[in-house]
Design a protein. Structure first.
Length: 218
């Protein structure tokens, strides 16, 4: 419902510079004017545009934070099903379960300073179209990921979306994904955005190492 390629250019630029890679920030439609899964369709168009320009799936890594992280993993499920997975994928505190079944939503309600747990139902109501929240296009926690690529997930242990990350990591591992799960003890939701924080710089450096390793020639 918020954010854009403009708001995320700083985060994406720092990650791209540290990893030595080019970055594309898609401009996708937002709810409530264009409810889900409109944003996923736009993310798929961005992928298809790169393929049309001559890139192969193995030339591309996906990434996203929060709801954008959910989009990235929903797109990953579609690409895995088609047999065209990307080289790797990164999720910064991805929102992967719009049904709200994660225990951390209530358990961390008083600890998360950025994502108010009491508004969870409102956010889901604004974002949904006619698709139920458990649909894997909206909640990739429930998707299948045949032959998945390497995965990096970073999440703060005090976030209400902590369990969206922890459960997704286990889900991906059940399909054979090599998953690196990095947790921080006391960081806000998508702290990677705040480049002045030492924890943000550490997280970006770790994500860059993951990407460089993923693209390193065998």
């Amino acid at each position: 419902m918020a954010g854009s390629a403009f708001t995320h250019r700083g985060l994406a630029g720092r990650l791209a510079r540290a990893a030595g890679l080019r970055v594309l920030l898609p401009h996708y439609r937002l709810a409530p004017e264009d409810p889900l899964p409109a944003a996923l369709r736009d993310a798929r168009r961005a992928w298809e545009a790169l393929i049309a320009e001559g890139f192969s799936p193995s030339d591309i890594a996906l990434g996203g934070d929060s709801a954008g992280g959910g989009l990235a993993f929903a797109l990953l499920a579609e690409l895995c099903a088609a047999g065209t997975p990307p080289r790797a994928i990164i999720g910064f505190s991805p929102w992967t379960d719009l049904t709200g079944q994660g225990a951390s939503i209530t358990g961390n309600a008083e600890a998360d300073p950025l994502f108010p747990a009491e508004r969870f139902g409102d956010l889901v109501g604004f974002a949904l179209g006619e698709v139920p929240p458990e649909d894997p296009r909206l909640s990739p926690l429930f998707a299948a990921f045949p032959a998945p690529p390497p995965v990096l997930i970073q999440v703060g242990l005090t976030e209400i979306l902590r369990d969206d990350s922890l459960r997704l990591a286990e889900r991906l591992r059940s399909f054979g994904a090599p998953v690196t799960l990095e947790t921080w003890p006391d960081t806000p939701h998508v702290w990677q955005m705040f480049g002045f924080l030492p924890e943000a710089r550490q997280a970006i450096a770790s994500a860059a190492r993951f990407l460089r390793a993923a693209f390193r020639p065998s």
